[in-house]
Design a protein around this ligand. Structure first.
Ligand code: PMT
Length: 401
């Protein structure tokens, strides 16, 4: 997660049972390369100890004792000034009220008032407290002041009842943090569409023709575009993956569904990472094919070529300023990729050698060569799909300049 690498995150923890989950958030942020300084309120200390956070961040966790320490007069100022983002998770109704009214009576609220960095809160409280007009008014005040708000979610609350008030899960808060940090990135103000996963062509109501695409590369691209500040639409076939926070999702199955979805969209860039079917059954049986009827003869026809169809819509109908494709090849990698780059009217194609067992379908890594319409090449070594996605997104940002 290079978006978090080297970033200074100030994590405020307030008095909610969700404070134990914030330790996981602190750990995830630290593992992603951020420098995480934690401030606990005295109520948070009733649920967790500073040591919990020190153990996962490797740094001193601050408490109200530090407010009256030797460096008190400067510490709150420096913490709030050097941070890239102040995250308050969990944020109780009490702390929300203090933030809304400029009350600065503990180290966290003093720091928040002095902070010059953006602030993100993840509210956590009983459903009734969240719904209360006072809390809602405070929320509105904070949003008017551009405080970012992640959650709360609906679900089981500490009271045993259900309602809206649960703190978002750490992974979701992490997603909101990434959006906050990427806001002014290279793709800020740009719209990017990413397709992901293997398409499914129905044979009958039970059976499909599909492929080994897991969607990992496409989802990584959607996340990388979000990290760069883009507005992202992810058109995805069914996968087991969790979509990145902030992406607009469009669920599809077949190549035709994917094409139909794309024909309704406009964007600055399209990245076609999905593995689309080249063939599909001519007829889809309405009822399940039965064994007792013998082995079915399934006749195939060409499925629509999405990229070719889109590139034929030129002139005013051209929907994407930059179009990137992928080539999944088991032989003659660059020759085949280069042919696809031209025939599909692409600005760039990522050629991946699917014969290697550490690249291509359903693995965590990829080894790709990027070919550009102007003849330029960028040969990338083996890297994680997230890193490959970042490289592709960098090139797309450059092409859009
Ligand atoms: O999903 P993962 O498990 O992470 O694996 C990633 C991946 C290997 C699927 C991905 O990196 C990849 O290579 N995707 C494209 C796979 C593919 O369909 O390649 P192709 O060479 O058959 O198609 C070339 C391009 O045409 C692709 O951009 C494809 O999206 C597009 N296409 C394909 C079929 C079709 N009917 N219409 C299309 O537009």
């Amino acid at each position: 997660m290079s978006i978090l690498s080297g970033k200074h995150i100030l994590l405020g923890v307030t008095g909610s049972i969700a404070a134990y989950k914030a330790a996981d958030l602190a750990s995830k942020l630290t593992q992603a390369g951020a420098q995480v300084d934690v401030i606990l309120t005295s109520a948070a200390e009733k649920f967790v100890t500073p040591l919990t956070y020190q153990s996962v961040t490797g740094r001193k966790a601050y408490t109200d004792k530090d407010l009256w320490g030797d460096e008190a007069h400067v510490m709150h100022i420096s913490l709030g000034k050097t941070a890239d983002l102040l995250v308050i998770a969990p944020c109780t109704a009490d702390t929300m009220a203090k933030l809304a009214h400029g009350i600065a009576d503990n180290l966290l609220t003093v720091t928040a008032l002095a902070a010059t960095c953006p602030i993100l809160i993840a509210p956590a409280m009983d459903g009734g407290m969240f719904d209360h007009p006072a809390t809602q008014a405070n929320l509105q005040t904070l949003q008017t002041r551009l405080v970012l708000v992640a959650g709360p979610a609906a679900g089981r609350l500490a009271s045993g009842m259900s309602g809206v008030g649960r703190m978002l899960e750490p992974m979701d808060i992490l997603g909101h943090i990434r959006i906050a940090l990427g806001k002014n990135g290279k793709l800020a103000g740009k719209k990017v569409i990413v397709t992901a996963g293997g398409t499914q062509e129905a044979i009958d109501p039970v059976r499909i023709i599909t492929n080994h695409s897991s969607g990992k590369q496409g989802y990584a691209l959607a996340q990388a575009a979000l990290d760069a500040g883009a507005e992202v639409t992810l058109i995805t076939t069914p996968t087991t993956l969790t979509p990145p926070v902030g992406a607009k999702l469009i669920n599809v199955k077949s190549v035709q569904d994917m094409l139909d979805a794309l024909l309704k969209e406009n964007a600055d860039a399209l990245i076609m990472a999905a593995a689309g079917a080249d063939f599909r059954p001519v007829n889809v049986a309405k009822e399940k094919l039965k064994k007792r009827d013998g082995i079915p003869q399934i006749q195939l026809e060409a499925a629509p070529d999405i990229l070719k169809t889109l590139s034929s819509l030129n002139g005013e109908k051209k929907r994407f300023k930059v179009t990137a494709g992928f080539a999944a090849e088991s032989r003659d990698l660059l020759a085949n990729a280069s042919e696809k780059l031209k025939s599909k009217g692409l600005d760039l194609i990522a050629a991946n050698d699917i014969s290697a067992n550490d690249a291509g379908f359903n693995v965590e890594t990829n080894r790709i060569t990027l070919l550009f319409a102007n003849g330029m090449q960028d040969i990338l070594p083996l890297m994680s799909k997230a890193e490959a996605a970042e490289k592709i997104v960098e090139h797309i940002a450059r092409l859009l300049e």
